[in-house]
Structure formats: C-alpha cells, structure tokens
Design a protein around this ligand. Structure first.
Ligand code: SF4
Length: 121
C-alpha cells in the first residue's frame, strides 16, 4: 500500500490529507473535514488538475504583456503544452477583461481568458 500526502486547497482550512492507494486505486482518504476534501484528495492522487495563469504578448498594448488565465482546471501533465501554445501567439489591443484569448486550448475544453482590460498604447 502506498500513501500520498496533500494539503487540501479546496478551502482556506488547508487540511492535511493522506490518500492510501493500492496501485492506481484509492482505498482510503484520511484527514479531510468534509466531502470536498475527499473529492480533492481523490482527484489529486489520480489525475491532478490545475488552473494556469500567465501572460501573452500584445505588441500594440499599453503594456507589452497581457495577463491571462485558464477559465477552468486542466490536467497538470498538460501544462507545458498549454504554456507553449500561449507563448506562441500574439494578440492585438484593445482587449477587455474576460475576453476569450484562446478557446478550447489544446482540446481541453477550457478557454484562456484575459485577466484585465488592455487598451492600445
Ligand atoms: S477537507 Fe474540507 S475543510 Fe478541509 S481544506 Fe478541504 S474543503 Fe476545507
């Protein structure tokens, strides 16, 4: 039996989770104070997901880089592909906060969104 340790980030309590695994199967989750922690621990042990926040080039923008983020979580293992895709593009100002910059990035079903307004320079 293998044990994995995580800090639950589903709320500010930060419970210390212990996930007991038998191969790829979750046998038991300890340390969670609620069901959200169980879901988090199971997901983290089997297929961890993350949101991604970064910047994209915007040459005619008031600032040269536009902050962007993924609207939902993506598999942690695919973050390098997501970052490479975002680094490969440029966008044109003006941009409004919440504008979709890249829809359905690398087929994850998750959009990349502008974090802020960016006027032209
Ligand atoms: S287990 Fe529940 S109470 Fe604990 S950090 Fe996670 S969401 Fe919060």
């Amino acid at each position: 039996m293998e044990e994995k340790n995580f800090i639950c980030t589903a709320c500010p309590m930060g419970c210390k989770l212990i996930v007991r695994m038998e191969g790829d199967e979750v046998i038991k989750i300890l340390g969670n104070r609620c069901r959200r922690g169980e879901t988090y621990g199971r997901q983290e042990a089997i297929a961890p997901q993350r949101m991604v926040a970064t910047t994209v080039r915007i040459p005619n923008g008031f600032y040269p880089l536009l902050p962007v983020y993924t609207k939902g979580t993506i598999p942690k293992s695919r973050i390098p592909e997501v970052l490479a895709k975002i680094r490969a593009i440029e966008v044109s100002a003006p941009v409004k906060a919440e504008d979709v910059i890249i829809p359905n990035i690398i087929g994850t079903g998750v959009d990349v969104i502008a974090s802020r307004d960016m006027p032209e320079k």
